[in-house]
Design a protein around this ligand. Sequence first.
Ligand code: SME
Length: 170
Amino acid sequence: MFTLTALPQSASKQDLYASLAQQLTGLLHGEPDAIANAANMSALLYDLLPDLNWAGFYFMRGSGLVLGPFQGKVACVRIPVGRGVCGTAVERRESVLVPDVHAFPGHIACDSASRSELVVPLIKDGKVFGVLDLDSPHPERFDEEDRAGCEQLVRIYLDASDMAEGFSGV
Ligand code: SME
């Protein structure tokens, strides 16, 4: 059994992401299945990152994104590349940090409680295989430390996972 360790609320973001990186590395160790790893990573993030109302993945299938494993309320299934925050992160091939989703043109509201969002693309061997999407009910929940921390967590996920199995990369 894998037991997650929560940090006290007073912990710095640096300590929080160092702990998350260590725990995620252990959680995914020896498992190459990209779906299973996305499911466990979503659960870890939803459990241990404060103030989230959604944490999960969209994967590239054909020419667009399709909903993958997540924690939170039911979500929209298909997002075209270039649409919403998720499709924008694929198009730009870089993380997109949205302090206020109401100010982001084209934001797709899956949960009306969401107020800020961070989307990190899954880029491996030069191809985008999907995105990690984090939503918060608080405006300005995410900052540059969260972006860097989540990009590091995505690298751990991509190093562990075989993305060639069943996904299209663009
Ligand atoms: N807000 C996202 C859609 C996915 S949900 O937040 C889970 C977007 O604009 O792409």
